[in-house]
Structures are given as structure tokens and as C-alpha cells.
Design a binder for this molecule. Structure first.
Ligand code: ZN
Length: 407
């Protein structure tokens, strides 16, 4: 027979564990019920890199990668922005537009191969309708404006192909603006053509994405844009001091004024100072080893060196709680209407946080938000409604601007 003390202990432990189980189940249920929109998933480039070999069919379970249909459904994901990413180097090579066309072809191929599972969406209304049918709405977000190649006709072309946001640059200054990763500050912000691009994006209803922009570029976009903007996959500089790729508190406050949304990047190096520093240290170490040994980027010797380096420098993975900390801070600075999700799945390698390793794990984040006291309506905004609001607002402003120019 149990002593009363043991019985009490069992009772207490049952009380302590019961809410945790309930929270997980509740989070799972909310993930399925609410529309989850993710601002940045690099599936197209993952598939592009596989060309010539076996290309993953993301309509079925895949061995690698962070995204496939079964895992997306398990995680409650409804509307991922498929990243139409072109590397900065392609601008000088003149291949950006061609690569972007191929990436869009790949996304269209996914929808064509699995019409019962995916559909490409071009408007907020199409996102809602597709999700209501139980399908995943594939949105197109162009990461790096290089494929515009200096012609507004190309911007219009990509709009017609379904692109609904453009990250104006990527890792280097380009013909549109300066990048946060490039210390040259070539144009001190937007180029004259970049200003034309911003105006035309407003007129077309293509959202401007300020992720990756250098500070000058970002502030100039906020001043110039007539429509709210997004940061499709950026976190907060407060937690990663000196990392210009993330947003400062002043920028987050300015997003409130602009009506835009900061979509938090899940990559560990975007979330904590420890992961941020070791990530840079690793890149520098590998690059200096590569250069001093005269190795190619994909040499086996470099891979072996990287493996040895990793074994002696365990990566300080962030946690799902860190993502929630970033969400909390945007809410403190700008309110609940200006935060969303921009995982960077398939784009940040294996640096993803514990508990958020792939698209099946959004419920873990929702559970953390529930534990922090977020209510359903707030969670629904974070999961997707905030960005849908920006999409709708951009569509409406485009109609107004087109009406004004027709009069
Ligand atoms: Zn990126």
C-alpha cells in the first residue's frame, strides 16, 4: 500500500504533467486549425541543386531537407513562400533571370505533379481558398532582385509569373540596393533604378521584402514605399549585437508605423549571440584553411577539415524558446500585429533550433507561445493573418495606384 506521502507526490506530479500534455495537444490542434504562412522556405534552390541527379519529390516523404508534404501537413503548414533565390554572383555572370525562371518552373512542376496537394497562390484570397480545400498554397517570393536585370519589364514579367514579394538584394550590393552582408556600401542605399523598382512594386502589388538589406537601403525603402513591407526572414539585432542582417529595435518600431510585419528567422545564428559568433568563426576558419591549402569549395579535404572543426566546436543550437523570445520582443516594441514566421527552412543548413528542425514542428512553437500566455487570436495573427493583412493591403494599394494613373 502506498504511503500518503508517495500518493501526494504522485498526485502532484500528475498535476504538473497534465497541463504540459494538454498544451501540446492544444498546440497541435491550433496548428491544424489556424492558417500557417511561412515567409521563406528554400525548397526551389534545394531541388535546383539536385538537378542532374535524383531530385526530391516533395509531394511525398523525402529523406533529407526540411520540407515535404507529409511533414508540412503534420505541422499544419498552409502557405509557404517558396524562395526564388539567385546567388549574388549570378548578377555579374548575367544568369540571374535564367536561374529565377528555372526555379519558378520547379515550383510550377510541384503543383502540376500533385494537384490534389498543392496549388500556386497569387493573392491573399487564393491563399485562404486553397487552404480551405486542404491543399498547401505555394506562394512565390523572389530572394534577390538581380533577375530584374535593370528592366522594369522583367519585374512585370515576374509579377505575371506569380512573384508576390521581392527581397531587393541578397549577400552583395546589387543594381537595386546595398546589402547588409556587403561592407562596400556601393550606393549608400537604393540606386536610382532601385527607387523605380520600389515604386513599380507598389503599383503592381508586389510586397517589398527588407530582409538582407543594408541599413541605408532599409530606411530609404521605408521612406519611399507607399505600401507596408515585410522582413520575410529576419530576427532581432537586440539578441545578436552588431549583426546588421537582423533588425534593430528602431527598425521594428518603424515597421509598426509602416504597417508591416517582421517574420522571425529560425536559424540559430539569427537567434542567439553564441550561435551567431561561432557561425562566423566557422566560415572564417574554413575559408582561411581553403585558401592556404589552395582547395576548391567542394574538396574532400575541406570537408574533412570542416568535420574535425565541428567535432571540436560543438554548435550552440538555439531552442524553440529563443524564437519565442524574438516574437515577444517584436510584440513589446511594435505590438501583436507586426510579427510573423519566416523559418528559412531548407536555407540555413543544419543550424535549426532544437524543437524546430523542419516543417512538422510549428506546433512546438505554438505550445511555447501558449505557455507564455498568448491567446488564440494573437497566435493566429503570428501564424499567418498578419502577413495576409499586408498582402491584402498591398493588393488594395496597387488597385488605388493603378486607378490613379488611369485617371
Ligand atoms: Zn536569405
Amino acid at each position: 500500500m502506498r504511503t500518503p506521502a508517495v500518493a501526494l507526490a504522485l498526485l502532484l506530479s500528475a498535476c504538473a504533467s497534465a497541463p504540459a500534455v494538454d498544451t501540446r495537444a492544444h498546440a497541435q490542434e491550433l496548428a491544424q486549425r489556424y492558417l500557417i504562412l511561412d515567409g521563406h522556405i528554400d525548397v526551389p534552390y534545394r531541388l535546383h541543386a539536385q538537378r542532374g541527379g535524383v531530385v526530391d519529390d516533395v509531394g511525398a516523404a523525402t529523406e533529407g531537407g526540411d520540407f515535404d508534404y507529409p511533414r508540412a501537413k503534420a505541422g499544419g503548414l498552409d502557405a509557404p513562400f517558396m524562395s526564388i533565390y539567385t546567388p549574388a554572383e549570378d548578377e555579374a555572370k548575367g544568369t540571374s533571370k535564367q536561374v529565377a525562371e528555372e526555379l519558378i518552373d520547379l515550383v510550377e512542376g510541384i503543383a502540376r505533379a500533385h494537384p490534389d496537394r498543392f496549388a500556386i497562390a497569387r493573392t491573399a484570397a487564393e491563399v485562404r481558398a486553397t487552404a480551405a480545400q486542404g491543399k498547401i498554397a505555394l506562394l512565390l517570393g523572389m530572394e534577390n532582385g538581380s533577375p530584374i536585370e535593370g528592366k522594369l519589364e522583367n519585374l512585370e514579367h515576374f509579377y505575371l509569373r506569380g512573384v508576390r514579394y521581392i527581397t531587393l538584394c541578397h549577400g552583395q550590393d546589387n543594381h537595386i540596393c546595398d546589402s547588409s552582408y556587403d561592407k562596400r556600401h556601393t550606393h549608400s542605399g537604393l540606386t536610382p533604378f532601385g527607387r523605380e523598382v520600389v515604386r513599380r512594386m507598389n503599383e503592381l502589388g508586389v510586397m517589398i521584402d527588407i530582409s538582407h538589406l543594408g541599413d541605408d537601403s532599409l530606411w530609404q525603402v521605408l521612406e519611399l514605399s507607399k505600401a507596408p513591407v515585410i522582413a520575410s526572414h529576419s530576427s532581432l539585432r537586440f539578441f545578436t549585437p552588431g549583426f546588421e542582417r537582423n533588425m534593430s529595435d528602431a527598425m521594428v518600431r518603424a515597421m509598426k508605423q509602416n504597417g508591416g510585419v517582421v517574420q522571425i528567422n529560425f536559424g540559430s545564428s539569427f537567434l542567439t549571440a553564441a550561435a551567431n559568433q561561432i557561425g562566423f568563426q566557422r566560415v572564417q576558419e574554413l575559408e582561411s584553411y581553403r585558401a592556404s591549402h589552395n582547395l576548391s569549395e567542394d574538396s574532400q579535404e575541406l570537408k574533412d577539415y570542416a568535420a574535425r572543426w565541428d567535432a571540436s566546436h560543438p554548435f550552440p543550437f538555439a531552442d524553440v524558446k529563443d524564437v519565442a523570445d524574438h516574437i515577444d520582443r517584436v510584440v513589446q516594441l511594435a505590438g501583436i500585429d507586426h510579427v510573423g514566421l519566416g523559418s528559412d527552412f531548407d536555407g540555413v543548413g543544419d543550424s535549426l533550433p532544437t524543437g524546430l528542425k523542419d516543417v512538422s514542428m510549428y506546433p512546438n512553437l505554438i505550445a511555447e507561445l501558449l505557455r507564455r500566455g498568448y491567446k488564440g487570436a494573437a497566435i493566429e495573427k503570428i501564424c499567418g493573418l498578419n502577413v495576409l493583412r499586408v498582402m491584402e493591403r498591398c493588393e488594395a494599394i496597387a488597385r488605388e495606384l493603378q486607378g490613379a494613373s488611369a485617371r
